[in-house]
Design a protein around this ligand. Structure first.
Ligand code: ADP
Length: 363
C-alpha cells in the first residue's frame, strides 16, 4: 500500500518545475528523498540557487501537489539550498571537482543498462564513433570490468603502450579507446571484489593518457553494483544514457538503473530502446519481436527522454564481430542514421543539463 502511495507522490512531484526550467524537478534530480510514515510524507529537495523567492515558491508548489495526492494526510517539505557554482563554468562544472583524474575531459557520459545483453556496449561504441564523426574529441572507456567487449567491437587485439607513467589509449575510427580487456589475458574470467574494481577503474581513468576530450563515454557493467557507484563518486558525470530492450523484464531492470543514478545524483540524459522491432531484409515486413515502444513508455513514466530506437538488425552483430561498428560499416544505412540522431540528442541533453544550473542564477 505504502509503495503505491509513494509512487503517486513521485508522480505528483514530476508535475512540478523550478521556475521556467525545461523539465520537472524529478528529472533534474532535485528530489533527494521521499519518506512515508503512514499517510505523512516528508520530501527533501536540494537545489543550487541564490533565489530565495523561487525556493519559497518551489516549497509551496511541492506542498500543494503532494497534499493533493490521494491518501496523503500531511506533508513536510525541506529544501536544502547550496550556493551555485560560477555560472560561466556551466558545462565544465563537473570536472572541476576531480581535476586530478581526467583534467582535460569536458563531459563524462555513462552508458548503462539494468541487465546484460541488451546492447549497451554496442550503443556505447556506435555513440562514440558517431560523436567523433560529428567533429568532437571522443574517448571510450570500457568500464565493464566483468565482460569487457570493446576490444572485440573495435577489432583491437594488442597491448597498450606506456609513455612515461601513463598508458596510451588506442585510436580507431576517430575515438580514443581503452579497456581492461587489453590488459587481461584471453579467456580468464574476472572475479573481483569491490575494492579491486574501484582500483581498476581509477587506473583506467587516471593512468591513461586521455588528453583533451569533449566527451568520454563510459561503457559501464550491467546492473547497479560497485563499478557504477565508484565511477559516479570518483568522476562527476554529465549524465547517463540507459539502454534497454522493450520487454517488460528488461525495463524493470532499467528502472532500477534510473533510481540508482537518481540516488547518486547523476542526471539521466535519456533512454535508448535497442532491438526495437525487426525489419525482414527479404520481405521488408516489420515485426515487433520485443514489443516495440516499451522503453518510450518507461522513459515517459520516469520523466526522461527517449533518445532513440535501434531496430534488431543482424548486420549489427556482424559489425560487432568484425570489429567495425555499424556506423563505420554501413554509414549510409538507417541504423547508422538512428545512431547519429541519438548522438545529437545526447549532445543536446548534455548542453541542457549544463545550462540548467546557470539558468537558476539568472534574475
Ligand atoms: P551488452 O553490452 O548489453 O551486454 P552487447 O552490446 O555486447 O550487449 O550486445 C549483445 C549482443 O547483441 C551482441 O552480439 C550484439 O552484436 C548484439 N546486438 C546488440 N544490439 C543489437 C541490435 N540492435 N540488433 C541485433 N543484434 C544486436
Amino acid at each position: 500500500m505504502s509503495s503505491t502511495l509513494e509512487s503517486r507522490v513521485w508522480d505528483a512531484l514530476k508535475t512540478v518545475r523550478f521556475q521556467r526550467m525545461s523539465r520537472d524537478i524529478v528529472a533534474f534530480g532535485f528530489v533527494r528523498s521521499v519518506e512515508l510514515e503512514g499517510s505523512l510524507v516528508a520530501v527533501t529537495l536540494e537545489i543550487a540557487t541564490r533565489k530565495e523567492d523561487a525556493v519559497a515558491q518551489l516549497k509551496r508548489d511541492v506542498e500543494a501537489v503532494v497534499v493533493a495526492v490521494e491518501g496523503v494526510g500531511g506533508v513536510a517539505v525541506e529544501v536544502g539550498v547550496k550556493a551555485p557554482k560560477h555560472p560561466a563554468q556551466g558545462a565544465q562544472k563537473a570536472v572541476s571537482q576531480d581535476r586530478e583524474l581526467i583534467p582535460e575531459v569536458r563531459h563524462v557520459i555513462a552508458v548503462a543498462s539494468g541487465k546484460g545483453g541488451v546492447g549497451k556496449s554496442t550503443v556505447a561504441s556506435n555513440l562514440a564513433v558517431s560523436l567523433a564523426a560529428e567533429g568532437y574529441r571522443v574517448g571510450l572507456m570500457d568500464a565493464d570490468v566483468y565482460g569487457p567487449s570493446v576490444p572485440i567491437l573495435f577489432g583491437i587485439a594488442a597491448r597498450p603502450k606506456l609513455q612515461g607513467e601513463k598508458a596510451q589509449p588506442f585510436q580507431k575510427y576517430g575515438v580514443k579507446v581503452m579497456s581492461l580487456g587489453f590488459l587481461l589475458s584471453g579467456d580468464t574470467p574476472v572475479i573481483w571484489r569491490g575494492p579491486m574494481v574501484m582500483k581498476a577503474l581509477e587506473q583506467l581513468l587516471g593512468d591513461v593518457e586521455w588528453g583533451a576530450l569533449d566527451y568520454l563515454i563510459l561503457d559501464l557493467p550491467p546492473g547497479t553494483g560497485d563499478a557504477q557507484l565508484t565511477l559516479s563518486q570518483r568522476v562527476p558525470m554529465a549524465g547517463a544514457v540507459v539502454v534497454s530492450t522493450p520487454q517488460d523484464v528488461a525495463l524493470v531492470d532499467a528502472r532500477k538503473g534510473f533510481h540508482m543514478f537518481r540516488k547518486v545524483r547523476v542526471p539521466i540524459l535519456g533512454i535508448v530502446e535497442n532491438m526495437s522491432g525487426f525489419v525482414c531484409p527479404k520481405c521488408g515486413e516489420a515485426t515487433d519481436i520485443f514489443k516495440k515502444g516499451g522503453a518510450g513508455r518507461t522513459a515517459e513514466d520516469l520523466g526522461a527522454r527517449l533518445l532513440g530506437e535501434i531496430p534488431l538488425d543482424p548486420s549489427i552483430v556482424r559489425g560487432g564481430d568484425s570489429g567495425e561498428p555499424i556506423v563505420v560499416q554501413q554509414p549510409e544505412g538507417a541504423v547508422a542514421e538512428a545512431f547519429r540522431n541519438i548522438a545529437r540528442a545526447v549532445v543536446r541533453e548534455v548542453d541542457a543539463q549544463a545550462q540548467a544550473e546557470p539558468q537558476l542564477t539568472i534574475s
